[in-house]
Design a binder for this molecule. Structure first.
Ligand code: SIN
Ligand code: FE2
Length: 209
């Protein structure tokens, strides 16, 4: 793991090449096994029910889901009704290397992007514990990622997140708006069939102090 951090803005750090290729391959295999137990499903927007362009799944004690009833965390897969698989130790170790002082993450959201998928500008704010960082890892095709400030209309910066790169939103950057403008199809050989997987680790409940 390479801990070279590039500060994008206060509290928003980018770790290019954080996972080397063997680690990316190990994580890919673990995620593909998780997706067999917790099959990808397509979230829908609260109220309108408009489908997301990404497919999602989760691992960890809690998983993030979204449908007409709203955004929330729950302990079971919305379609199979089974508990989410555990977060792989490799991923917990990668999280701890980036956020050594953070309480253990409870949720790992798995976002699956096909070449046409994107993610509108949003804040991660469905967690009770906003003091803990959000850490994400990218596998597969490169994404054009956008990050802004604490207001939707604040200026934004765009940069590429390639396979193996990590990101952290912490402290004053914890609620920074962010999104994915597009995926560069065919830019990586990691995933069978192409596309991109993003793994986002979050603490959800307040950590006891
Ligand atoms: C997200 O914000 O949920 C996903 C970010 C990413 O795909 O890099
Ligand atoms: Fe997010």
């Amino acid at each position: 793991m390479s801990l070279v951090a590039v500060s994008i803005m206060p509290g928003v750090d980018y770790f290019p090449g954080f996972l080397d290729r063997p680690l990316q391959e190990a994580l890919r295999d673990e995620v593909l096994a998780i997706l067999k137990l917790a099959p990808p499903f397509r979230p829908r927007m609260p109220r309108t029910g408009k489908p997301f362009s990404v497919m999602t799944s989760n691992c960890g004690p809690l998983g993030w889901v979204s449908d007409e009833a709203g955004y929330r965390y729950q302990s079971k897969h919305p379609e199979t009704g089974r508990p989410w698989p555990e977060i792989p130790p490799t991923l917990l170790a990668a999280f701890a290397a980036i956020a050594p002082d953070a309480p253990p993450p409870e949720a790992c959201l798995i976002n699956l992007y096909d070449p046409a998928a994107r993610m509108g500008l949003h804040q991660d704010r469905d967690e009770e514990e906003l003091a803990a960082p959000v850490v994400s890892f990218s596998l597969g095709d490169t994404a054009l990622f956008r990050v802004g400030g604490l207001q939707r209309n604040a200026p934004t910066r765009s940069f590429r997140l390639a396979s193996g790169d990590a990101m952290s939103l912490a402290g004053v950057g914890r609620l920074a708006f962010h999104g994915v403008d597009r995926i560069m199809a065919g830019s990586s050989t990691l995933l069978p069939g192409g596309g991109r997987i993003n793994l986002t680790l979050r603490r959800v409940t307040k950590a006891s102090t």
